[in-house]
Every structure is written in structure tokens, then in C-alpha cells.
Write a protein that binds this ligand. Structure first.
Ligand code: FUB
Length: 319
């Protein structure tokens, strides 16, 4: 009997030691996780990178990709792009904000917001880099023409192969079709109607035939900031029906999430600042399980920790 109890306790220890823990990346500061499952069966996270010491979000200069096949062990696939590789980018660099990646016909398309001028806030462009691989060899092809100066691209490819681009910030959320080349808008980008208190961080996924547009709002109360909200529609471009908040604020000024199914479980990716304690700009990517109610609404995601006492990442500076 005693032996059984010891074995059970040992097993619980082992289970806790190999469990998924947050933040799940601790060797560098990362934010804005966009998660995708590609044909090789791995889950890839495309994240932006906060630089220590921070200066607002303006020193953010590099993108890394992380991958896993069990949601516990993560591989840093390395840096895929930095501002100096963007021919049309602002000469001072920095400002490589929340990205996304999509796959179509054998090519991976990496979408990233980056300004083209010193006046960064009025010169945002949505850049596109392509590769035959999910986490290396990306080459900048240009930017999507005819867009407003806004941030946070998300590209959703529907079951019929049609791709949609969403982006926005500061109360403007836009969406529209992409042409087959994935680098040009097909028709007009239009306002996404029905969202409540939109701030930024658009993300679209589909569950049981319904489209879900999730985003961060402008919540700012009692030292707590962005909540993650969502709206649903029977059409990928709305109009949307606001459904509420699926994640309470973290300890961070911003939040930015993605929602994806992997190996039969739905997951919500986001970021917090528990590693740095710097609630503004030194963020770390996290993930927790997401559950739907039978009516398709999303249950509030329970944020977990486990790696909050990991050593703080060392300073990584721009070249
Ligand atoms: O990381 C820079 C910006 O902060 C992102 O583009 C926003 O979504 C917010 O997370």
C-alpha cells in the first residue's frame, strides 16, 4: 500500500515536471503569437520579439518561429526576418510588430506590419515574405498595395482555399479577400461591422462552420488592460455578432492572441509580462486550453503559469 502511494506521488511529480508551462518561451522576450498547424504535423508559432531594454515597442526588430509536436517541448527554429532585410522599410529599423503566416499551393506567406518612413505611425505597410519552408529562407517580396496605415495582419485561408486578410488598430478593423497570389487585395477592404470596442490583434478561425473574429479591446481599469474578445459570423467578412470576453487581462498593457486546434484540443495563445515584470514591453508568449460550450460560445480561458520563476532572458540587442 505504502509502495503504491510512493509510486503515485512520483508519477504526479513526473507529470508536473513535463507538463505544459507558461510562459512557454523563456530564453528571449516574445509577443504576439500567431499559431498554425502545418502539413508536417507540427504546430508553429510566429512571434514578434521584444528587445531589452525596451523603448516603447519601437526597438522590436526581429521575428522568431517556435515549433512543437506535443505543446510541452518547444524548438526555437531561429530568426526568420529583421528590419534591415526590408528594402522599403524605415531606415531607422525597429517596429516589426505582430505578424502572421499563411500557406497556399506550396508556399508559406509571412505577413508583417512595418513602417516605410521615419513617421512610423502614418506609414505602416503590411509586408509579405515568402518561403518554401515554414521556418526558414523567407525573402521579402514587397508589401500589399492600397492598404491604410494600420497594423496586425491576420490571414485566414478558408476550406475552399479562398484567403482573407484582416488588419487594423485604433478602433479600425478591416477585412477583405486576397487574390490567389496572396499578395494583392481582391476588391475592397471593408470595415468589420459588429465588433465592440475593437483595439487591435485581429485573428480569425473557424469552428463547426462558424467564423470567429477575436481581438483585444480598450479595457483600462484598476491597473488591468486589454481583454480578449470575440465575435461570430456565418460569413468570413461579417457582419459580426459580438459574443463577449474570452480572456481576462494579463499583467501586461497589451494582449494579442491566436486560437488554433491541435491534436484534438483547442488552444488560446497570448502574451503576458510575468518573466520581466515590465508590464509595458518585455513580454512572453503563453498558451492555455480553450473550450467551447455546446452552443459554440467560448468559455473564459484559465491562464496558467509554471515558468514564472525561470531566469530572465539576457539582453539581446539590435545589430
Ligand atoms: O507588439 C507590438 C504591438 O503590441 C502589436 O502589434 C499589438 O497587437 C500589441 O501586441
Amino acid at each position: 500500500m505504502r509502495r503504491l502511494r510512493v509510486i503515485t506521488i512520483l508519477l504526479l511529480f513526473v507529470q508536473a515536471a513535463i507538463a505544459q508551462k507558461n510562459p512557454f518561451i523563456t530564453h528571449m522576450y516574445t509577443a504576439d503569437p500567431s499559431a498554425h498547424v502545418w502539413a508536417d504535423g507540427r504546430l508553429y508559432v510566429y512571434a514578434s520579439h521584444d528587445i531589452d531594454p525596451p523603448r516603447g515597442c519601437d526597438l522590436m526588430d526581429k521575428y522568431h518561429v517556435f515549433s512543437t509536436d506535443d505543446m510541452i517541448h518547444w524548438k526555437d527554429e531561429g530568426q526568420i526576418l529583421e528590419a534591415s532585410q526590408v528594402p522599403w522599410g524605415r531606415k531607422e529599423g525597429g517596429f516589426m510588430w505582430a505578424p502572421d503566416c499563411a500557406y497556399k499551393n506550396g508556399t508559406y506567406y509571412f505577413y508583417f506590419p512595418h513602417p516605410s518612413g521615419t513617421e512610423w505611425n502614418s506609414t505602416w505597410k503590411i509586408g509579405v515574405a515568402t518561403s518554401k519552408y515554414p521556418a526558414k529562407d523567407f525573402k521579402v517580396q514587397g508589401y500589399i498595395k492600397g492598404l491604410e496605415s494600420l497594423i496586425d495582419p491576420c490571414v485566414f485561408v478558408d476550406d475552399d482555399g479562398q484567403a482573407y486578410l484582416y488588419y487594423g488598430g485604433g478602433a479600425k478593423a478591416r477585412g477583405g479577400k486576397l487574390k490567389d497570389n496572396m499578395m494583392e487585395v481582391d476588391g475592397e477592404m471593408k470595415p468589420m461591422e459588429g465588433l465592440v470596442d475593437f483595439h487591435e490583434a485581429s485573428w480569425v478561425h473557424k469552428y463547426k462552420g462558424t467564423y470567429y473574429l477575436s481581438y483585444s479591446n480598450n479595457h483600462d481599469k484598476d491597473g488591468k488592460y486589454n481583454q480578449m474578445c470575440y465575435a461570430t459570423s456565418k460569413s468570413p467578412l461579417g457582419p459580426w455578432t459580438y459574443q463577449g470576453i474570452y480572456m481576462d487581462p494579463t499583467d501586461c498593457y497589451t494582449n494579442h492572441g491566436s486560437i488554433v486546434e491541435y491534436k484534438g484540443q483547442w488552444w488560446a495563445f497570448y502574451h503576458n509580462a510575468v518573466l520581466s515584470g515590465h508590464v509595458g514591453e518585455l513580454r512572453s508568449v503563453c498558451v492555455d486550453k480553450l473550450f467551447y460550450n455546446p452552443d459554440g460560445t467560448i468559455q473564459k480561458v484559465v491562464q496558467t503559469l509554471g515558468n514564472e520563476n525561470a531566469p530572465k532572458p539576457g539582453s539581446v540587442r539590435r545589430k
